[in-house]
Design a protein around this ligand. Structure first.
Ligand code: ASP
Length: 347
């Protein structure tokens, strides 16, 4: 007899869970207990669905580390009972949450699929139904022996399944709101739901699943722009108790060669601040030393973010700063893929 997979749907908030009140024309949060009544199509899916909602669903702009921990703990508490998890989340910060989860969920052997929508589930032209239904189908995919086909945190939106920590929100208007500029899709939904096996995360060992529930928030971002002043750079690098900074550079990781700039970075590094070079470009990689305008950064010993997205870089920084490691090890760990978030040996 075929055993149906058990899927847990975790509703955190965002547009997807809203319905339009046709009398008042306003959007209001939808009671997820009524999900099966509102979307009868879900009954046709070959799985058992349970739902769990945040007591107070939030717009994802209000997400912080405590919410990431809450989602991770829900998954941990229900890990043995369920075969797959679907996290319903506002699209605005979905790539951050999904990237953070990819680092916090350790030895994950089951699918965690984050999804949301640009229009509420109650809207006539909604993209929510397709996103939700296919996300559940993805989370239910199993091999013949009952093992899940996908064992990583991913993000499903508008017919495409991406590795979570490779995504970035690129559009506030189009249904195709996300992109994975430096890594191919994990699956595509067309007439068939095609999984690209070669793109899936290679398994990281067979340790027991657990949640890393600490993320260091003593981090900041320094985005370069032509005309940036020493005062701005100094202010960011001198934030009290700062432990890590993402330096958003130009092109292949380039930055001004002005002596004051190099001096400020050098001082912060000496004081133990971890500085990661991440490009402002949507696609491509940091390659320090390719141009004269990045040689000084390489000589200072800045960490290369390679082809990592900003979302994955900041969450990886928070994660690595929360584990005990030496400065040298920190650089090695950042520059190497932990959960497929960057391409090793990018050339
Ligand atoms: N502001 C909403 C949110 O991120 C947008 C959405 O759900 O797509 O929660």
């Amino acid at each position: 007899m075929l055993i149906k997979p058990n899927i847990l749907l975790i509703y955190t908030g965002g547009t997807i869970g809203m319905v339009k009140d046709f009398k008042t024309k306003t959007l209001r949060a939808f009671n997820f207990d009524n999900l099966l009544i509102k979307i009868p199509e879900i009954k046709q899916l070959e799985c058992n669905i349970s739902t769990l909602s945040f007591d107070e669903p939030i717009d994802s702009s209000n997400m912080d580390v405590s919410h990431w921990v809450k989602i991770a703990k829900i998954i941990e508490d229900n890990y043995t009972t369920f075969d797959g998890f679907v996290v319903l989340h506002g699209s605005d910060t979905m790539s951050y949450t999904a990237s953070a989860l990819s680092f916090m969920l350790q030895n994950l052997q089951k699918p965690v699929v984050c999804t949301g929508s640009q229009l509420p589930i109650g809207d006539l032209r909604t993209d929510a139904k397709e996103n939700l239904i296919t996300a559940i189908q993805v989370a239910s995919l199993q091999k013949k022996n009952g093992d899940p086909k996908i064992k990583e945190v991913c993000l499903y939106f508008e017919y495409k399944l991406y590795r979570a920590n490779r995504t970035t929100k690129i559009n506030a208007e189009h249904f195709e709101a996300f992109s994975s500029p430096n890594y191919p899709e994990l699956a595509e939904s067309g007439v068939h739901l095609k999984v690209f096996k070669r793109n899936l995360l290679k398994q990281e060992g067979s340790g027991k699943f657990h949640v890393h529930d600490k993320m260091c928030t003593n981090v900041a971002v320094l985005k370069l722009f032509p005309g940036i002043t020493e005062n701005v750079v100094k202010a960011v690098l001198n934030i009290p108790n700062i432990k890590g900074v993402i330096l958003e550079t130009y092109g292949a990781g380039n930055a001004p060669t002005l002596p004051w700039f190099t001096k400020r970075l050098g001082k912060a590094l000496k004081e133990g601040v971890q500085i990661v070079n991440v490009t402002q470009c949507v696609g491509g990689s940091v390659l320090m030393g390719r141009y004269e305008t990045s040689t000084h950064l390489q000589q200072l010993g800045l960490i290369s973010g390679g082809d990592i997205t900003f979302e994955a870089a900041i969450t990886k920084l928070m994660y690595l700063l929360s584990i005990n490691t030496t400065a040298q090890n920190f650089k090695l760990m950042f520059e190497k893929s932990i959960k497929g978030e960057l391409t090793d040996n990018f050339q």
